[in-house]
Each structure stands twice: as C-alpha cells, then as structure tokens.
Design a binder for this molecule. Structure first.
Ligand code: PA5
Length: 428
C-alpha cells in the first residue's frame, strides 16, 4: 500500500475521551466526506482542487512540461517568486523528490516569500552573471511580498537580457489583477491559477507544477498519484485513513487538545510538513477553532523541543510522517577495538536506526500523554507524494467541515496586511 495509517497510539487515548464513541465519530466524518464529494460545503465554489483530479487536463500537463524543459535547457537558475500557497507546495515536492546535493538541472531559488532585506539584496548579487528565468506566482497578483520581489527581478532581467520578457512566466488569475494585466501588456507566457482553487490547494495546478517540472520531477506521475488517491476516496467508507484521521483529530479537538505536531522522520519530508502546516492552519484556524499545526523534524528536534513534547502541557497530538526504508542508507562499519562503543550496530543500515528511533519515540510520546498516529509512505517517489498531497487536502476538507468552519477561506490573513499598508502609507 503506498500510504498506510497506524492509529495504535491514538486509539487508547480516544477510547478514554468522554463522548468520543467510534460510531458517532465515524458517522460524522462520513457525513462531512459525503458533503465534500457532493459539493455541499461552505464555499462550495472552491472545490476545483478535487474536480481537476477527477477530470485531468493532460494537455496542460504536457504544456507545463514543455516550458519546464526549455527552462531546464536554458537556465542556470529558476527564481520562483511567490508566498504561502504560491510556493510552499513546489518547495515541498522538490525537497521530497530532488536528491540532496543534486546538481542536475537549474538551481531553483525562491524570493518574495518573506521581506528579508539582506536576502533580497544578496540574491540578486548572486544571480549576476547567471542565466536566470523567473516564475512569478500570485493568484491575486497584488500580494506585497512577491510584487516587490518581482520588481527587483524584472529590473534585473531587463538590464541583462534582450529576451527578458521570454524569461518570465507569470502564474496568476485568468482575467484580472495587477500581475495579470501587466503580463498581458508585456506578452509574458502565462499560466492560470483556477478561480475555484485556493492558494494552499494549488500545488497540482501550474502554481506548483511548473517549478516542480523545472526541477526535473515527472509531474504526470505526481499528478496521477493524486488522481489515484482521489478516485479511491470517491468510494471510501468511514474506515478510510483520511476519514479516520479527520475523525480522530475532531475528537481530540473537542476534548480540548490544542496542537498537532507533524513529526517528519526524514529531512526530505520537512517541506511537506511546512505545506501541511499552511493547509491545516489556514483551513481550520478560524472562529476560535482548529488544532495549531507545528512541523518538527526528528530526531533533530527531539534534541530541542523533544522535552516539551514528552512532558510539557498535555494538549498535543502528533502525526509521524515516515518512509518505509529500514534498509536504506549506509550501514554502520565494524571497527577494531570498538573505540566509540558502536560495534553493537555493525551492519545496521541508517534506515533501521531511524526506524527504531521512530518506534521508540511514538511509544514514549504515547506513554507521556501525546496520542499519535503514523502515516507511512511505502517509498518516496512522485506517485506516492501525489497521493500524500491529496490525502491531506481531502482530510482537511473533511476535518474543517466537521468543525463547522469554512475550510476554503482565510479572512484572518487580511488583518496584518491592512495595518501594514496603513503604516506604509498606501494610498486609499
Ligand atoms: O492559501 C492562500 O490563499 C495564501 O497562502 C496565498 O497563497 C498567499 O497569500 C499568496 O497569495 P497570492 O497567490 O494571491 O499572491
């Protein structure tokens, strides 16, 4: 099975919660699931992330792959400009699937995903002398961070390349917004962020697909992995892992748990964690509801916040995200005299040590009062990652619907923007 879900260390804690009987939880999750399938959710017009998988646009996939091939051929660097849902998905898939230290294809860099002054200064110094392409991604076309970075990037390209306009690909709204209008005026190549797909659900649209393809990843396999997962969930009953996950989370939320840790057991999964963090945080965190999502990387973070997870406030639940790769990596060598006392591990692959660390941590955290689930990927490849993306998208739609919030809006992110624009003196 490409994805398997283990509830062992959540089941006992759930059984002890008042009013969390399995039958009513399952019924509630199934009802929310059916509402998602039937489009009977809040903001039903925002379900395009499902529809595009049920009705795949192969011509679009091919077109994106073609432009990505040109970028791979001509660019030393692809600069992806975007924030939130306009970059996290691409970064997540690349971190998962591009081997570390690989120098195959262009370097993929990000900008406009924060307002760091030093980064944006040194970035363009670093790009000087390189063949640069830019993919500017903004659904609204008005978000400050990417818009500022795009100004810098545009000037940089125009001062250096006769074909500057050819080197810019804009991914934005189909027919409105400042970026759309500017791209039309300049004749940039354009991709559309569909109206019915919110930023955090957009990784499998050109928002994510172009940078992912430029990184050398097979986007068709990725996309069709998500299609397979979506089709399986069409016929799912309450025992489907995505529904069990949503149901369990709901029960803990109602019992007063406040935080969900996603503990990734491999650094390649950290970006998936960051993408999940936005997906769940923005989808559930409203009307004073939702579990606060936090991504941690184990075993690294066991040596920083592991103490808190084991013994701090008992309001945490945890999901381990891992790869079934016990045989992977270098094996520990035997050493004469056993100077560091590690010969007992001789012949053991890194993957096995990591697996034992996971097993030990899941058990210790459960015993310490942190109910936990484990989602295991049978392997880390494009198909499985595609499946994983849809697993979480569907789960959060079900979970948000169970909570009674609108999983597809994000009204809260406007508040800081209004205050910031007022401080910056933006004209009315
Ligand atoms: O999920 C979302 O909608 C947000 O994270 C947006 O993706 C983010 O704010 C960027 O917006 P835009 O693509 O309009 O620039």
């Amino acid at each position: 099975m490409p994805l398997s879900f283990d509830r062992t260390y959540a089941a006992d804690a759930l059984a002890s919660l008042d009013g969390a009987d399995r039958e009513s939880l399952d019924a509630r999750a199934l009802d929310a699931h059916r509402r998602v399938l039937a489009g009977d959710t809040r903001s039903p017009e925002m379900l395009g992330w499902r529809q595009m998988l049920l009705d795949p646009d192969d011509a679009l996939l091919e077109n994106v792959a073609g432009v990505a091939a040109e970028i791979r051929d001509r660019a030393d660097v692809l600069l992806c400009i975007g924030i939130g849902g306009s970059y996290l998905g691409a970064e997540a898939v690349m971190q998962a699937l591009v081997p570390p230290f690989s120098d195959d294809g262009p370097e993929i860099l990000f900008a406009g995903n924060h307002l760091g002054p030093d980064y944006h200064e040194r970035l363009f110094e670093y790009l000087d002398g390189k063949s640069v392409y830019v993919n500017v991604i903004s659904k609204s076309g008005t978000t400050l961070e990417p818009a500022l970075a795009f100004r810098l990037a545009r000037r940089f390209l125009e001062e250096r390349f006769d074909d500057a306009d050819r080197r810019i690909v804009a991914t934005t709204d189909a027919d409105r917004g400042a970026l759309h209008d500017f791209a039309v005026e300049r004749g940039y190549r354009r991709y559309v962020v569909p109206n019915d797909v919110g930023g955090r659900f957009s990784v499998l649209t050109p928002v994510g697909l172009l940078p992912i393809a430029a990184a050398g990843i097979d986007i068709r396999t990725l996309f069709y992995g998500a299609v397979a997962q979506a089709r399986e969930l069409e016929d799912a009953d309450a025992s489907a892992p995505a529904l069990q996950y949503a149901a369990d989370r709901y029960a803990f939320h109602e019992a007063g748990y406040a935080t969900e840790v996603m503990a990734v057991m491999d650094p390649r999964l950290r970006g998936i964690g960051a993408w999940w963090q936005q997906l769940f945080g923005e989808s559930e965190g409203k009307e004073e509801k939702g579990l606060f999502p936090v991504v941690l990387q184990y075993t690294t973070d066991l040596h920083s916040v592991g103490q808190y997870v084991q013994q701090g406030q008992r309001t945490l639940v945890e999901t381990f995200l891992r790869i079934d790769d016990a045989e992977a990596g270098p094996s520990v060598q035997e050493e004469d005299g056993d100077p560091d006392g590690l010969n007992y591990l001789a012949g053991t692959p890194y993957g096995t040590v990591n697996e034992k660390a996971y097993q030990a941590t899941a058990e210790a955290h459960a015993e310490g009062g942190v109910p936990n689930w484990t989602l295991t990927l049978s392997r880390l490849d494009a198909e499985t990652v595609g499946r994983l993306l849809y697993f979480y998208e569907h789960a959060v739609a079900v979970s948000g619907t169970m909570l009674g919030v609108d999983p597809f809006n994000q009204p809260g992110v406007e508040t800081y923007k209004q205050k910031m624009f007022s401080l910056l003196g933006k004209p009315a």
